[in-house]
Design a protein. Structure first.
Length: 132
């Protein structure tokens, strides 16, 4: 029975997160369009997808472990943070440094979805953990 509840919880979280990210992505693209910038520059699409998948993975691990290793949830959350930063440093940062400078567009392309995902994940996890 707990597995079904966990799967429903994960499914609900993933749907809410994807709708939130689609809304933010639309707004992000509207701003880029207004500024006459391409929506494909600065790895925006891979950034949104990567952040979504990493937050989903972290959340799934936390939900799975919350009953088994409840004292370790903070460390798992922190590990998810470090995983996201490592992915940024390994895959995104080298692309951003190709021209030798960091632009506002590059910063926003990664940290807008990162910040939205982190905020949403934190709010949902606090609610979830307070209920248990």
């Amino acid at each position: 029975m707990k597995k079904i509840k966990m799967i429903k919880n994960l499914f609900s979280f993933s749907l809410q997160l994807i709708f939130l990210l689609l809304a933010v992505f639309g707004l992000h693209q509207a701003v880029l369009s207004y500024l006459e910038r391409s929506w494909l520059e600065n790895l925006i699409v891979p950034s949104y997808i990567t952040n979504y998948l990493l937050v989903l993975l972290t959340y799934a691990i936390i939900v799975y472990m919350k009953d088994k290793k409840s004292q370790s949830i903070g460390f798992i959350f922190l590990g998810g943070f470090f995983l996201k930063m490592a992915v940024f440093m390994i895959f995104f940062n080298p692309f951003y440094k190709l021209d030798g400078e960091s632009s506002t567009g590059e910063f926003c392309a990664f940290f807008i979805p990162y910040g939205i995902c982190l905020t949403f994940e934190t709010i949902v996890l606090v609610r979830l953990l307070n209920r248990s």
